[in-house]
Write a protein that binds this ligand. Structure first.
Ligand SMILES: Nc1ncnc2c1ncn2[C@@H]1O[C@H](COP(=O)(O)OP(=O)(O)OP(=O)(O)O)[C@@H](O)[C@H]1O
Length: 577
């Protein structure tokens, strides 16, 4: 019933101890309130004047105000605590997601990860804020009240004591049912998020194929399933609230009945009877509060569980990052030693199979092969997104490592894929992304080199024009130029990784872009994956991949003169075979 994950929150123990202290104080104030109210009323009943009862009435009000004050102080302290902790969890989650890399997000679904990181965190904040005081109150207040009731009237105390476990059992049973429903609801929510983001991404394709209406029905069905799951959770929540209210009200009525009968028979004086009667609802109040909010916070609890499940995931790229990696320079050496890559540990398929390759200094290395041959996978390994299967898969200037996910390495890289990521931000931010401290002149120079000079002048706000999703639309070629401008701006990034950068550009745009790109390759280590043959003439060395194997390597001249895989590939691409 009480979420174990809560105990993993930072500084939770002192907070729980503090809240328990406040709960004891609350309980004493509840008792004080009932005691002095009953005292005043019973004295007035006996004929005392109002003036003579001012002291108990005043203390009653003081206790009442004290309770409100404690609630206020507690809420304020918890506001800060819940906010700070949820921010901390968000940071931990983001760091973990960066460490787990793009493969993890691909597997989990972007929508799911985004929902967890954005919406989920605010649910966790709400959850912490609500659930912590409810738990401590439920653990403390009823018992302090019960001890006092026992001192006033043993029989009523026993009734309260006996009813309590029945209510707890009810809560547990309904809690399990609610959890099962909430899990289903959360699952529905995740499917809905993934579905929604996928639909948005594919909207253009769906429209082009005239399938948007049919797909709309699909979206409706997914959201309908989510609605049904939500209604199921609500039904259980309402049922459990009803059951709890019914049992607690019944118990209070039983106590009131017996107290009334004993009062009529003269077996009990008015003061203790009234005190017990006033205290009985307060005995049940914390558990009712907990149960009511339990359902409202189930999503927060579920999110916390799924966040911790992500945080607990073993970081595949953590080992072997201890030693620092040197800067890649003109005499540096990079070697791949029997590099193999496997996407799914449970499957035997290798995306790269025993690749051996040595390189010294700067230069341009073309990676060529048919679709699925492993070009992108090799680029991902070189970018540090994927590890090799063996511990010495990569050797950088004499340092062996299983992967290159290392800040020392990654800060030397510029990665230019087929669809470079453009942030919804200004053109300036997007270009100065690697070097935020770049001056206006430097940004302009990089833009000129990348062939974007004219574009900037035509944009409404120049460098401050917002691009990316929802901003000023740019063509595929212009987006590639933005990515190139990033690389031009940061001269310290000496390793360039291109993954089919021109794959979906037309021939003219590609030719223009090529002229822009080639000067960038000077004095850099360039890996250029493509299946467009004309790039190979510009390369110093070529790697030919086939089904994950490095089947041939050499200079353009060497490979062109040999009747090997490269020639076979060229013929295939030209449609000669
Ligand atoms: N995320 C992934 N999970 C599982 N398998 C993958 C994943 N990405 C690629 N693969 C598999 O790894 C192999 C190599 O794929 P890769 O994308 O590296 O080839 P490629 O040469 O870049 O292809 P293309 O030219 O079509 O981009 C393929 O068999 C592919 O199915």
């Amino acid at each position: 019933m009480i979420d174990k994950n809560l105990f993993r929150i930072n500084r939770i123990k002192p907070v729980l101890i503090g809240l328990a202290g406040l709960a004891v104080l609350q309980a004493l104030l509840i008792i004080g309130q009932a005691y002095f109210l009953s005292k005043g009323i019973s004295q007035l009943w006996k004929g005392a004047t109002v003036a003579s009862q001012l002291a108990p009435i005043f203390i009653f009000f003081a206790c009442f105000m004290g309770r409100q004050l404690i609630n206020w102080l507690r809420d304020k302290a918890l506001d800060d605590y819940a906010y700070n902790q949820s921010e901390l969890i968000r940071q931990q989650l983001m760091t973990k997601l960066f460490n787990l890399g793009p493969q993890f997000i691909q597997k989990e679904g972007t929508g799911n990860t985004v929902t967890t990181a954005i919406e989920g965190i605010s649910q966790v904040e709400n959850y912490l804020h609500i659930i912590l005081p409810k738990i401590t109150n439920m653990m403390v207040v009823p018992w302090v009240v019960l001890i006092f009731v026992l001192t006033q009237d043993i029989r009523s105390g026993v009734v309260l004591f006996l009813v309590f476990p029945i209510i707890i059992i009810f809560m547990i049973v309904l809690g399990y049912a609610a959890r099962a429903k909430a899990d289903k609801q959360y699952e529905g929510f995740q499917i809905l998020s993934n579905h929604f983001i996928d639909s948005l991404r594919g909207l253009e394709t769906l429209n082009l194929l005239g399938l948007s209406k049919r797909y709309g029905k699909n979206v409706y069905q997914v959201s309908e399933n989510y609605r049904l799951a939500t209604m199921g959770t609500l039904k259980i929540a309402i049922l459990s609230t009803f059951a709890l209210d019914f049992f607690t009200t019944l118990s209070i009525a039983v106590i009131a009945l017996f107290l009334g009968l004993r009062l009529i028979n003269g077996e009990m004086p008015l003061f203790p009877a009234l005190t017990v009667l006033i205290l009985a609802p307060d005995f049940f109040m914390p558990i009712r509060d907990f149960a009511n909010d339990y359902h409202a916070t189930l999503n927060g609890g579920n999110t916390l569980k799924s966040i911790f499940a992500i945080l607990d995931k073993e970081n595949p790229l953590e080992q072997g990052t201890d030693s620092s990696l040197p800067l890649f320079q003109a005499n540096s050496e990079l070697a791949l030693n029997q590099l193999s890559v496997q996407y799914q540990a449970d499957k035997s398929d290798l995306a790269l199979d025993n690749i051996d390759f040595n390189w010294q200094g700067f230069g341009k290395i073309g990676i060529i092969g048919l679709s699925g041959s492993g070009k992108s996978t090799l680029i991902k390994v070189l970018g540090g997104f994927l590890p090799g299967t063996n511990k010495q898969a990569i050797r950088m200037d004499g340092i062996d490592c299983q992967h290159l996910m290392h800040p020392d390495w990654q800060k030397q890289l510029a990665y230019i894929p087929q669809d470079p990521y453009i942030f919804h931000d200004t053109l300036r931010y997007n270009i100065a992304f690697y070097v935020p401290e770049a001056t206006e002149e430097e940004v302009h120079l990089a833009l000129e080199k990348a062939g974007l000079g004219q574009l900037v002048h035509s944009l409404p706000d120049g460098l401050d024009t917002v691009i990316g999703e929802g901003g000023q639309a740019l063509s595929g070629g212009q987006l590639q130029r933005v990515a190139l401008a990033r690389a031009f701006l940061d001269q310290s990034r000496r390793i360039l990784l291109f993954d089919e950068p021109t794959a979906h550009l037309d021939v003219e745009t590609e030719a223009e872009l090529k002229a822009t790109m080639l000067p960038l390759f000077d004095q850099r280590l360039v890996f250029f994956a493509t299946h467009r043959l004309h790039w190979m003439k510009e390369m110093d060395y070529i790697l030919v991949l086939d089904h994950g194997k490095l089947v041939e390597q050499g200079t353009y001249e060497e490979l062109s003169q040999k009747e090997g895989y490269y020639q076979a590939f060229v013929r295939k691409i030209r449609g000669e075979v």
